[in-house]
Design a binder for this molecule. Structure first.
Ligand SMILES: Cc1cc2nc3c(=O)[nH]c(=O)nc-3n(C[C@H](O)[C@H](O)[C@H](O)COP(=O)(O)OP(=O)(O)OC[C@H]3O[C@@H](n4cnc5c(N)ncnc54)[C@H](O)[C@@H]3O)c2cc1C
Length: 417
């Protein structure tokens, strides 16, 4: 495969997660000479073990007032869906103050509109990328379910209406309809919402690696090294790794949860933290055919190529603390409660933890650096990095080419902090 056009300019993409890999592919297709850098390899960070859900229905920012009454109960359960490591608590205070500020109606609505506008174009971008790269076998458009065990039909309808008010296609299913769609679902589930326009992948790691292979086939180079410094004199960008120095015309920072220190080097104070999330892989006598999210238990299960992936939970404990395997194990009883066909066969490296890159306004940073004319950002995609990757890649490519982007990038600018 050849690039669409040619341009002798070089772009360094730092970070080979789904965000960096899709951008590298798109930029090379746009005619740039792209080099992708990563300290671990392709898709070895958060993009490796996520739940594989292209969750375009998730347009509500996490910073919402309805969360507040639930927080004290959640904090009392160290293995519950949300926890803060005691030794990390003081470090989270500035982040949480900003998070709470973003719950104010005006900011909540602005953030929601920004998430909505980027989510609205996300699926079309994935459709194009999947078609171009012939990766249909890794991309399944079966919709997803949000299940309810304890709330009344009236409350379920209210949730449905909230999504419909945002233009999301969603159907309410009763027990009979749900059983027909997913015969393995628990008797405890009384209602479910079916989001019809969403998709999932049966292996996010393979999907990322396959897109990388397509990128490589059109000329993207990969260097495995840990970058320690990024500098720009507005003519060239200098990238340093253990004494090695690379010069490039332009650079894109796509280092996910590890982006904060690079932003500092470039003159930006960005309130980036990580919401550590877990997965647990398990066998099942029968797999569901689409991702299933539990409203009450706050986790997701997705049918993967090599087993059923139970995923979720939010843990604030920074980038250095080892994973707490008990948090991964705690997903199993929740999984069995929704999907009794789970058996105790563990598949592969069955416990995993990843660093979601999270900003207190629930929006990513996407666009150019106002202080430099050759540095660009794409990080902070929190719970939606897989969902937004293909569209982010297009937005970034247009931004670097100096073209008008499909949606304005102002809401995602680094200058908002
Ligand atoms: C349990 C869980 C479930 C999730 N489920 C979903 C889901 O269903 N749908 C969805 O859309 N999102 C989901 N997410 C979120 C999603 O996984 C992330 O938003 C996404 O993977 C972020 O991609 P990224 O490329 O920005 O980061 P990463 O994948 O973390 O990539 C960043 C890369 O930068 C590299 N790097 C860092 N520092 C350096 C350095 N100094 N030098 C060189 N390289 C460096 C790292 O090695 C890494 O490979 C989930 C996350 C978790 C934890």
């Amino acid at each position: 495969m050849k690039s669409d056009n040619s341009n002798s300019e070089t772009v360094a993409v730092i970070g080979a997660g789904i965000i960096g890999v899709t951008a590298a592919y798109r930029l090379q297709r746009a005619g740039f000479q792209v080099t992708l850098f990563d300290k671990e390899g392709i898709a070895q960070g958060c993009s490796k073990g996520n739940a594989g859900h292209f969750a375009t229905e998730q347009v509500f920012p996490l910073a919402q007032k309805s969360l507040l009454p639930q927080v004290p109960k959640m904090l009392l359960d160290p293995l519950g869906p949300f926890c803060i490591a005691p030794r990390y608590f003081h470090k989270t205070i500035p982040w949480f103050l900003k998070f709470m500020n973003n719950m104010r109606s005006k900011l909540f609505n602005e953030n929601k509109e920004a998430l909505k506008s980027i989510n609205e174009i996300a699926m079309a971008s994935w459709d194009s990328l999947i078609a171009e790269t012939s990766l249909q076998s890794l991309f399944h458009k079966q919709g997803s379910l949000l299940t309810f065990e304890s709330i009344s039909s009236k409350s379920a309808i209210k949730v449905q209406q909230e999504y419909q008010a945002e233009g999301i296609s969603v159907e309410l299913l009763n027990k009979t309809q749900l059983n027909k769609l997913e015969p393995g679902i628990s008797e405890n589930v009384t209602w479910a919402l079916l989001f019809t326009d969403v998709a999932h992948t049966c292996c996010p790691e393979t999907l990322t690696k396959e897109i990388y292979l397509k990128a490589k086939s059109i000329g993207v180079e990969f260097k495995q090294c840990e970058i320690s410094k990024i500098e720009s004199d507005n003519v060239l960008v200098t990238i340093t790794s253990k004494g090695q120095v690379y010069k490039t015309d332009k650079a894109l920072l796509a280092t996910g949860a590890h982006s904060k220190s690079f932003c500092k080097q470039l003159g930006y104070k960005v309130p980036l933290d990580t919401e550590r999330g877990y997965h647990y892989m398990v066998g099942a006598a029968m797999q569901p055919t689409r991702p299933i999210v539990s409203y009450e238990r706050k986790f997701i299960m997705t049918p993967m190529r090599d087993g059923l992936r139970l995923a979720g939970t939010v843990e604030f404990a920074g980038l250095n603390k080892e994973m707490n395997t008990k948090r991964a194990d705690a997903l199993l009883p929740s999984g069995k409660a929704i999907w009794p066909k789970i058996n105790d066969t563990k598949t592969g490296e069955y416990r995993w933890m990843g660093f979601r890159p999270s900003l207190p306004d629930s929006k990513p940073v996407v666009g150019s650096s106002p202080r430099h004319n050759n540095i660009y950002f794409s990080f902070g995609h929190q719970h939606l990095g897989l969902t937004l990757a293909a569209t982010n890649a297009e937005l970034i490519a247009d931004c670097i080419l100096g073209k008008e982007t499909e949606i304005p990038l102002t809401p995602y600018s680094i200058s908002r902090f």
